[in-house]
Design a binder for this molecule. Sequence first.
Ligand code: GLC
Ligand code: CA
Length: 556
Amino acid sequence: MKHTRWYKNRVFYQIWPRSFADGNGDGIGDLWGVLEKLDYLKELGIGGIWFSPLYPSPNADCGYDISDYKDIAPEYGGMAAFEKVLEEAHKRDMKVIMDLVVNHTSDEHEWFRKSRERIDPYTDYYIWRPAGKNNRLPNNWDSHFEGKAWSWDEVRQEYYMHLFAVKQPDLNMDNHFVREEVKNIMDFWLSKGVDGFREDVITFISKKEGLPNDRLLPVFRGIFHYNHGPRLHEYLQEFKHEVLDRYDCVTIAEAPLVSPRKALEYVDEDGSNDFDMMIQFQCMCGNCLFLDYIPTPFSLRRLKYAFSSWQRKLNGKGWNLLYLENHDHPRVVSRYGSEQYRVESAKMLCASYMFQQGTPFVYQGQELGMTNWYPEHISEYEDVQTLNNHPNWPEEKRLKLYHRASRDSARTPMQWNSEDNAGFTTGTPWFHVNENYREINVADQLQDKDSVLAFYKKAIALRKKLAVVKNGVYREYMRLSGKVYMYTRTDGMHKLLVVASYSEKPVRVSPAFCTGFTKTYFDKNNCVLFNYPVSENGAAFTMRPYEVRVYYCDHL
Ligand code: GLC
Ligand code: CA
């Protein structure tokens, strides 16, 4: 089937279902809730939805531990509700993609239950190893969430590998039965009408033969033996040729520790083209080293380097996925912007990424400028990754780190209005609502033409209207500035310029001087998007705290 690459013309929205909208009042977000909000998404300009996992799951990792790949969890509404959402989304010309989590399953999946009892063909579905001398672990790899990467199974009397939580055993992708299962799952959803997949830590599925020890520092120990492993391409090609090629779908890889050059091994449209897009992590490292849990001061230079190297290196070869938030990181306003200048900085961040080349993703609540959540006690946190970070530290120190790094900040319920529980549920919400919902919510922002939400709507509409945003050449200016991010997109007569201040201090800029655009280009009528009133026609100006301007002209 022809691959039309429809995703290049759309903006996606990520729904993390548990906290999006509760339709039946049991306190848990669900697909009935989603159904009621489809028009809201359409109005925003959304052309595709990525659902974080909706499958039955014991929720040891909020749905990323799946116990049945071919069903929808009853608390989310079951298959009937999903089919309805799919149909209604398609009616509104919105695509729907699923999260495909096949590096691991839940330990409560039937496959794992049979595997631990050595029932064929499941015996080798997982990565089992006997204990070494004195019960030694099979190797020294670390898991990302809970200590070492191995846990002992009493039933089978062997260790199993889990690169994430103890309840997330890794599948043995070298077993062709397992690959058959994966292809089966893909085919199941695609033939139902789903439009593609976001593939969870998919670059981890092929482990180096012999599972050798690693000498890296803790936390990452082992990663170079399983990230981009030896048979990864081979397996991806198998999935592609046997299933994905039969559908006009999109495939997106979640890819930790990947450089643009490495990414091209997967997304080059003239090459193997294993995936259409990759979720890289460099744009998440503006205020940390690799992980939110290794904080550093915010560095705009580092962030700009990430933005620009991906823009430059993929240009003309592969397609970027653009994002600033998802369910795995705290809120971007709190990270790269300013809670004090929340509205200004949320808009500035929006324009910073929305006009780059690629397909933008917006995470639920990002379009409102939602901020981090600051609970008073550790016991209020829910997430397995959070709670296993420095469990032995004193409470106060832990709390400080979690306030800054926990992904639970992105998992508080969506703030729909200023009524009880932010309008998320009529029942008792499964998780804490951020206290600031009276100031930050959809209902108020829909009434306010200067809201963050209104800005997102304008930015998305503009992006769709201007062809230069899809095709234009990207170029960055003032690269060494630690305060200003400036870039242009040009094609022939069309010139778009974004200039964004990441500072609360005034900054003087002369974009005309940098870019060579004529002075008349900086006519205030060419300023098509802004977060402060623009009254001057100057080719140089002083930027206010977190100011952003987007200029566009098609006739110079
Ligand atoms: C991915 C998911 C994350 C999950 C992990 C393990 O990184 O985005 O939420 O915890 O994989 O499945
Ligand atoms: Ca519910």
